[in-house]
Write a protein that binds this ligand. Structure first.
Ligand SMILES: [Zn+2]
Length: 219
């Protein structure tokens, strides 16, 4: 559809029909959720939450990655949005949403495929290579498809630990002012699995904490 028509249709079919709602938004926002999702066009956050404009503060990037503090010190894009959401907007929840058939997670499993053709992507997904290495060690007999699903889930969960490297996130989590959750969105099935962070990372397989550094299960 031509861009001019999209803009005209928004004004006539969306804005004019819901004019009072949009006028109500003009002076500020009060979202309660920071949604950190993959850039994938199929991950439609407003549809998942049945949310309207003003309800979701969002960060989108390849494979829904939150750089750990030591990396963010040279890359402010993601952390500045987290900082604003937590310290200024006072969001109540941060949700990191992974999804099925994720090209970013596929690149995490096979970094050699994107190293030359997508050098920036290759650098970006390096942050999650430990997730893929963990899955290879812990589940050596998984098929490629099963491995991709596991990396998609654990990569989303791992970002909760990455969030906790920031003092301003940790303080609000520990005082009970902030919830941290990972979602796994199965696009074809329309199902969302929720993993709650309770001070340790949940393991989607056994229910105990997710061990990235130490593969031993406490169960
Ligand atoms: Zn993705």
């Amino acid at each position: 559809m031509p861009l001019k028509k999209i803009i005209k249709d928004f004004k006539e079919l969306e804005y004019e029909v819901n004019k009072d709602f949009y006028i109500g938004l003009k002076d500020g926002q009060e979202p309660h959720i920071l949604f950190i999702g993959c850039s994938d066009s199929r991950v439609n956050a407003e549809a998942l939450f049945r949310a309207k404009a003003g309800e979701l503060f969002q960060i989108r990037n390849i494979a829904n990655i939150v750089p750990r503090k030591e990396i963010a010190d040279t890359n402010y894009s993601v952390v500045s949005a987290i900082e604003y959401a937590v310290n200024v907007l006072n969001v109540k929840s941060i949700i990191v949403c992974g999804h099925s058939n994720c090209g970013g997670c596929s690149a995490i499993i096979h970094p050699e495929k994107s190293k030359d053709s997508l050098p920036y992507t290759g650098e970006w997904i390096k942050q999650s290579l430990a997730v893929s290495e963990h899955v290879n060690r812990k589940y050596p007999d998984m098929s490629e498809d099963e491995k991709l699903v596991m990396v998609e889930k654990l990569n989303a969960i791992q970002q909760l630990d990455n969030l906790m490297t920031y003092d301003f996130v940790r303080r609000k989590f520990e005082s009970g002012e902030l919830n941290l959750q990972a979602f796994y969105y199965d696009i074809g099935a329309g199902d969302i699995t929720v993993y709650d962070y309770k001070g340790t990372l949940p393991d989607p397989e056994c229910g105990c904490e997710f061990h990235l550094e130490n593969d031993e299960c406490v169960n």
